[in-house]
Design a protein around this ligand. Structure first.
Ligand code: NAX
Length: 328
């Protein structure tokens, strides 16, 4: 029988944590044959709530769940971790300046990166969900000099899935027929959901849609502002869909992308598509043998160029701000 895979989840007592942990334990992260040991990291004041979640995990009698440890110390929580889902973050509160937000998160993701560097397993894969996700991943990677940079990723899979869903609703095509949708840039309102390479049943998606104005004026803003629409409707931010996207991200990272298709993920830039090297930006990526590769050589038209550049400019600003604050 296989050794359990150690999965560390931060922010375990939060709302995404509550939607995520039960599905990990049910095998939706790594598959139905892989036992998992959950390592929950929380701030001290939320440890009791995390213990409550652990009681419910116990009560689910998941056959694949090999154990649960609860920590308020990052070094212990990441020791031996194979997969790390960094969900807990400092949210922006009213009146908070960007510098304060980045500083507060630097104080979380710097030490967590250092703890990953110190003790995670050699095959560690890190997904940052907590916002600002791209820059938090950048900070964590910078604090982990001994871990290959390509093991740090930021989540744009929720945006990718939202794009699939919007395109499916518009065209009536099932999501399974839609391929090669891309989210570029930052996981923020500046992101660029790009249909210019997408296909539906093998046909160019833009041809099937046949309405550039819809793409520009409805599709792109609907995907980019979906988070706000969920808050407006639900009175709380996306949780189950975010958890689902985190599972999809890691599942794809481990199991690969289907032939001919790709996914979207925030990965360290190699300078492709004019994105400055080292930034964690969303790209179209394929996965084979557990390795993420930015899809090379796509043609970028003028509209796409402007949208990618605008989102990447925001990432550059965030990077410069965390540098100026001495966080990296
Ligand atoms: P919650 O506020 O419900 O939960 C966050 C949890 O993190 C809390 O229990 C808190 O105690 C914990 N936490 C804070 N600092 C911590 C630390 N240093 N170590 C360990 N735990 C810590 O937020 P939730 O709705 O679960 O969202 C979590 C994060 O995901 C937020 O930053 C949110 O903005 C981000 N999201 C990112 C998405 C993405 O697509 N990348 C989409 C969903 C979500 O908005």
């Amino acid at each position: 029988t296989q050794q359990p895979v150690n999965v560390t989840v931060t922010g375990a007592a939060g709302q995404i944590g509550y939607a995520l942990l039960f599905r990990i334990a049910a095998g939706h992260l790594l598959g139905p044959d892989v036992p998992v040991r959950l390592r929950l990291l929380e701030v001290p004041q939320a440890v009791k709530a995390a213990q409550g979640v652990a009681l419910e995990l116990d009560d689910s009698a998941f056959p694949l769940l090999a154990g649960i440890d609860i920590h308020d110390d990052a070094t212990a929580a990441f020791d031996g971790a194979n997969v790390a889902l960094l969900v807990g973050a400092r949210p922006r509160t009213a009146g908070m300046e960007r510098g304060d937000l980045l500083s507060a998160n630097g104080g979380i993701f710097g030490p967590q990166g250092a703890a990953i560097n110190a003790g995670a397993a050699d095959d560690i894969r890190v997904l940052v969900v907590g916002n600002p996700a791209n820059t938090n991943a950048y900070i964590a990677a910078a604090a982990a000099p001994d871990v290959p940079k390509d093991r740090f990723t930021a989540m744009t899979r929720l945006d990718h899935n939202r794009a699939l869903a919007q395109l499916s609703a518009r065209t009536g095509a099932p999501v399974t027929e839609i391929e090669r949708v891309t989210i570029w840039g930052n996981h923020s309102a500046t992101q660029y959901p790009d249909l210019s390479h997408a296909t539906i049943g093998g046909r160019p998606a833009l041809e099937v849609v046949g309405d550039d104005a819809w793409v520009r004026d409805t599709f792109i803003p609907t995907v980019a502002k979906r988070g706000a629409a969920i808050i407006e409707a639900r009175g709380a931010s996306s949780a189950a869909s975010a958890a689902n996207a985190a599972l999809d991200h890691v599942h794809t990272w481990v199991n690969g992308t289907p032939d001919g298709d790709w996914t979207s993920a925030g990965v360290v830039s190699d300078g492709s598509y004019g994105v400055p090297e080292g930034l964690i930006s969303s790209f179209p990526v394929t996965v084979s043998g557990g390795v993420l590769t930015i899809v090379p050589g796509l043609e970028i038209d003028e509209f796409s160029r402007g949208r990618i550049d605008a989102s990447v400019a925001e990432l550059v600003e965030e990077r410069d701000a965390v540098r100026a604050l001495g966080l990296v």
